[in-house]
Design a binder for this molecule. Structure first.
Ligand SMILES: [Zn+2]
Length: 99
């Protein structure tokens, strides 16, 4: 199972693999006060899916890893796979500071 740094929305509590997927799930405009998160159904319709990942996070100051469903863009993963011949994400990183 892949390990990701914590990228969680404080609004909808969803987890994301990379900032690109995170920013993509926000829609509307600040000026019009219509800023909101896409729903699960809207995310799926827009080409996003979830997978189980281990998320690096802190609990009471201690590093822990928790399993969560995190969102990624299906097309972005396909592009990377074609370019590099393996499954990875350009903005994915493994956080080893608790090692
Ligand atoms: Zn959200």
């Amino acid at each position: 199972m892949r390990i990701i740094r914590k990228t969680q929305c404080s609004g909808c509590r969803k987890y994301f693999i990379g900032d690109t997927a995170f920013f993509a799930h926000r829609t509307g405009s600040f000026d019009a006060r219509t800023r909101r998160c896409l729903s699960t159904e809207e995310m799926q319709a827009a080409g996003y899916a979830t997978e189980s990942v281990l998320v690096n996070m802190y609990l009471d100051g201690k590093p822990i890893r928790e399993e969560h469903d995190a969102w990624f863009e299906i097309a972005a993963r396909e592009r990377v796979r074609k370019a590099f011949g393996k499954q990875t994400d350009e903005d994915e990183e493994e956080d080893n500071d608790d090692a």
